[in-house]
Design a protein around this ligand. Structure first.
Ligand SMILES: *Cc1c(COP(=O)(O)O)cnc(C)c1O
Length: 381
C-alpha cells in the first residue's frame, strides 16, 4: 500500500456512514412488526397514510402524497398539471438531472435559465426572459444553501399565467418568510433518499401541495390512476410510484428528531459562514449570512481555485463534493434542448467554482472546526 492510498487517520466523511445507526433497533422492530402483521400490507397502508397526515399537518399543506422518489414526484406533478407535448417549462441551467429529465419525460421541452451568481439558484429575471407563448410552467429549485427567490417567482407566474412548480427535493424544513419550501409553488416535492435532510434508508419522496385538486390527481397517478377506494377502476393513466410501509413507519419515528437535525446543520453552516465571511479577497465566497430561506442539505461555497482547494482538503482527509460539474444544457442528454445562441455564463462559472463541505448533523464541533481551519489555511496560504 502506498502512503497516498492509506486512509487519513482523522478522515471526515461527506455523508456519515452510520446515518441510521441510532435508530437500528426501531428499524428492526418495525420490519418484524409489519412483516408479521396479519394483513401483510407492505405499500400504501395505514403507516403511509399516517406519515402523509403528520407531514401535511406540520406544513399546513392541502395535501401530502407519498411516492417512490423526488424524481417521481416531479413527474407526477407535471402529469397532474397536464404539461405535455408543445409545452415549455423553464428550469434552472444549473442543477440536477431530474429538473430537465422530468420535463422531457412528459413530452414537454425544458428551457434553461441562468442562475444568480452568488446563490446559484434560478434568477427570476433570467427565467422571465425565457417565457414565451408556449411556456406552461416555471420550475425553480432550491439546491444549495439559499432557497430560490419564491416571492418573485410567485409574482412572475401570476403575471405570465404559467404554473409554478417548486423543486424543493432537498429543502424539507426550510422556511422563507414564514412559508415552508414546497408550499410557495402550486406543488413541490421532498426527497427521502438517504442523504437528503429528511432521508431514510431507501428510496422515497412526497409531493406537497396547497392545491387539493393537484393532491387528488397525484394520489391517483401514483397508483395506476386508481382512486384508492376501488381497485381496477382507472380514472387516469398513472404509474407505479407507491410508498413502502416499513419506510413510512420509520419516517414517522424519525420525524421527532428532524427539527434537531436541521438545527444542527444550520448551526454548522452559521459557524462556517462566520469563519469564511472575510475570505472574499482571497477568492473564497461563502453563502450570504442569515437564516431565513436557508436549507443546508449541502454547504456550498465558491472558490476561485476550486480544484486546488479540493485537493488541499482531500490531503487533510476532509471529503468534499462538486455539485454540479457541468451546467445542465451542456450535458449530452440535454444539449438537444438547449436553444442555439442561448448562454448561461453564471451556471458555467458556478460549475467551475462551486464546492460543498460536509454539513451533516453527526459532525462533532471539533470536526467542524478542523474543516473551517483547513479552508481558512488554504485561503491564507
Ligand atoms: C435529490 C434531488 C431530486 C431527486 O430526488 P430523488 O428522491 O433522488 O429522486 C430532485 N431535485 C433535486 C434538487 C435534488 O437534489
Amino acid at each position: 500500500m502506498t502512503v497516498a492510498s492509506r486512509p487519513h487517520p482523522q478522515a471526515i466523511e461527506f455523508f456519515p456512514s452510520d446515518l441510521f445507526e441510532e435508530d437500528r433497533a426501531v428499524m428492526l422492530e418495525t420490519i418484524r412488526r409489519i412483516g408479521l402483521a396479519p394483513e401483510q400490507r407492505f405499500i400504501l397502508g395505514a403507516h403511509t397514510r399516517h406519515f402523509e397526515e403528520l407531514l401535511r399537518e406540520s406544513l399546513g399543506a392541502a395535501d401530502v402524497v407519498a411516492c417512490a422518489s423526488g424524481t417521481s414526484g416531479l413527474d407526477l406533478i407535471l402529469t397532474a398539471m397536464d404539461v405535455g407535448p408543445g409545452d415549455e417549462v423553464v428550469v434552472p441551467a444549473f442543477g440536477c438531472a431530474p429538473l430537465a429529465a422530468s420535463v422531457v419525460r412528459v413530452g414537454a421541452t425544458p428551457v434553461f435559465a441562468d442562475i444568480h451568481p452568488h446563490t446559484m439558484v434560478a434568477d427570476p429575471d433570467e427565467v422571465e426572459r425565457r417565457i414565451t407563448g408556449r411556456t406552461r410552467a416555471i420550475m425553480p429549485a432550491h439546491m444549495f444553501s439559499v432557497m430560490a427567490d419564491m416571492p418573485r417567482f410567485v409574482a412572475l407566474a401570476q403575471r405570465h399565467h404559467v404554473r409554478l412548480i417548486e423543486d424543493s427535493a432537498v429543502a424539507q424544513g426550510a422556511v422563507l418568510n414564514g412559508t415552508p419550501a414546497g408550499l410557495w409553488g402550486e406543488a413541490g416535492v421532498y426527497s427521502f433518499v438517504q442523504v437528503k435532510a429528511g432521508g431514510m434508508p431507501g428510496e422515497g419522496g412526497v409531493v406537497v401541495t396547497r392545491d387539493a385538486d393537484i393532491g387528488q390527481r397525484v394520489r391517483m397517478l401514483r397508483n395506476h390512476g386508481q382512486d384508492g377506494t376501488r381497485r381496477f377502476v382507472h380514472h387516469l393513466v398513472g404509474s407505479n410510484s407507491r410508498f413502502d410501509e416499513i419506510q413510512a413507519a420509520f419516517q414517522v419515528h424519525r420525524m421527532a428528531g428532524l427539527a434537531g437535525r436541521l438545527e444542527r446543520r444550520a448551526a454548522i453552516a452559521r459557524y462556517y459562514t462566520d469563519r469564511f465571511s472575510a475570505l472574499a479577497e482571497h477568492g473564497l465566497v461563502p453563502p450570504p449570512p442569515g437564516s431565513d430561506g436557508r436549507c443546508y442539505y449541502v454547504y456550498t461555497l465558491l472558490a476561485q481555485h476550486r480544484d486546488a482547494l479540493r485537493a488541499h482538503l482531500t490531503r487533510q482527509g476532509i471529503a468534499c463534493h462538486v455539485y454540479y460539474p457541468q451546467p445542465l444544457p451542456h450535458q449530452a442528454a440535454f444539449t438537444p434542448f438547449s436553444r442555439p445562441g442561448d448562454q448561461w455564463p453564471h451556471a458555467e462559472r458556478a460549475s467551475a467554482r462551486i464546492l460543498s463541505l460536509p454539513v451533516h448533523p453527526q459532525l462533532s464541533d471539533a470536526q467542524v472546526e478542523r474543516i473551517a481551519d483547513a479552508v481558512c489555511a488554504f485561503a491564507h496560504q
